[in-house]
Design a binder for this molecule. Structure first.
Ligand code: FMN
Length: 345
């Protein structure tokens, strides 16, 4: 096969792009992940660099309003949001346009977030069947349009974006139609995870379907998401699937430095090496400190179990480490397990 123009000229493969007034540079985004992308995780990603936009976990709009009414403290999911560096997107979910608009406005005006993202992709029963939100709304494009219009009106000039899946089921893929609704309602970008809600995480993300969406968008950028776990896959996504940006989720839990590596790869620069296992262990301990500063050592240790498992995943001895770290209760136990069982080679 003949080399592509980029390969011949070594031009950067991917250009920075705009979400409304916000420049996304590099065009690689950190995905929202409930239970994981809290302030501590985002801080670690920031320290490595390479993510052009970071995102919180999804925040329930009705819950936010209820806490406000009770004058209660804001949920842990907003930890760090008011003070941390920008750019930062906060993702919200629900199905009432007015509630989402109210929360969007608070996030834009009081918290000064860079982007308000709306979740239309979550496939979890509690969100779809119980709350008629997330990917459930893909079956109700009119409702999606209403939601986006009201949130955009409430948040202007802060850009509002939407994150979707390809459709609810393989038989009802409607991402191209939805993309037009999202753009028509005034959103500033669209992110598409290349699976349907029914797929959950089975099979592979369908990047051909993601690419098909591009011609249906006139104004706003398309961000592709799904299964990007190496710098090479990120390069291939830009090279073959016509996306303006890419978003990385699961692989970054195991390798928060992946954004920096992918950013170098798309710029045609040499890719920074993975940290050594000793450096990774230090990183994990740093992550643990951040979590404990917020939650205290008791809750922090319990919360850290799952992050620690992510760091070890894929390394020799990970199973043994997981078995032990999954039961730690005190900091002493955590440090002992890390010293004894964190993979070394
Ligand atoms: C543990 C977990 C939590 C997630 N939480 C969210 C969320 O809060 N909001 C959202 O839009 N997507 C959420 N996702 C989906 C991811 O953002 C992403 O779309 C999906 O994992 C596919 O990307 P990946 O193959 O890079 O992991 C979550 C995924 C995982 C694994």
């Amino acid at each position: 096969m003949l080399p592509t123009l980029e390969e011949v000229t070594c031009l950067p493969l991917a250009k920075p792009f705009y979400i409304g007034p916000l420049l996304i540079d590099p065009p690689i985004l950190q995905a929202p992940m409930a239970g994981f992308t809290n302030f501590a995780f985002r801080q670690i990603v920031r320290e490595f660099g390479g993510a052009g936009l970071l995102a919180t976990e999804m925040v329930n709009a009705r819950g936010f309003v209820w806490l406000d009414e009770q004058e209660a403290e804001h949920p842990d999911r907003l930890w760090g949001v008011a003070e941390e560096p920008r750019p930062l997107a906060v993702q919200i979910w629900d199905n009432e346009p007015a509630t989402l608009a109210k929360v969007g406005a608070r996030l834009a005006d009081e918290y000064g977030v860079s982007v308000v993202d709306i979740n239309f992709g979550c496939p979890v029963r509690q969100v779809t069947q119980k709350a008629h939100s997330g990917s459930y709304l893909l079956k109700h494009p009119d409702r999606m349009g209403e939601i986006i219009e009201q949130v955009v009106a409430a948040c202007t000039p802060t850009p509002v974006t939407a994150k979707i899946r390809l459709g609810c089921t393989r038989e009802s893929i409607n991402a191209c139609d939805i993309a037009q609704v999202v753009e028509g309602a005034g959103a500033a970008a669209l992110t598409v995870h290349g699976r349907t809600a029914a797929d959950m995480f089975r099979g592979s993300a369908d990047w051909d379907r993601i690419a098909e969406i591009k011609v249906h968008l006139k104004r706003i950028p398309l961000i592709g998401n799904g299964d990007l776990d190496t710098p090479q896959k990120v390069v291939d996504a830009f090279r073959h699937y016509n996306v303006d940006g890419v978003m990385i989720a699961r692989a970054s839990l195991n390798k928060p430095w992946l954004f920096a590596q992918a950013a170098a790869a798309v710029r045609g620069e040499s890719i920074p090496l993975d940290p050594t296992l000793a450096e990774e262990k230090q990183l994990m301990l740093h992550h643990y400190e951040l979590v404990c500063e917020r939650f205290g050592v008791e809750k922090g240790t319990l919360l850290m179990r799952k992050f620690a498992c992510c760091y070890a995943q894929g390394r020799r001895g990970a199973r043994e480490f997981r078995k032990h770290v999954g039961t730690v209760i005190t900091p002493e136990e955590f440090y002992r397990v890390v010293e004894s069982f964190f993979p070394e080679g």
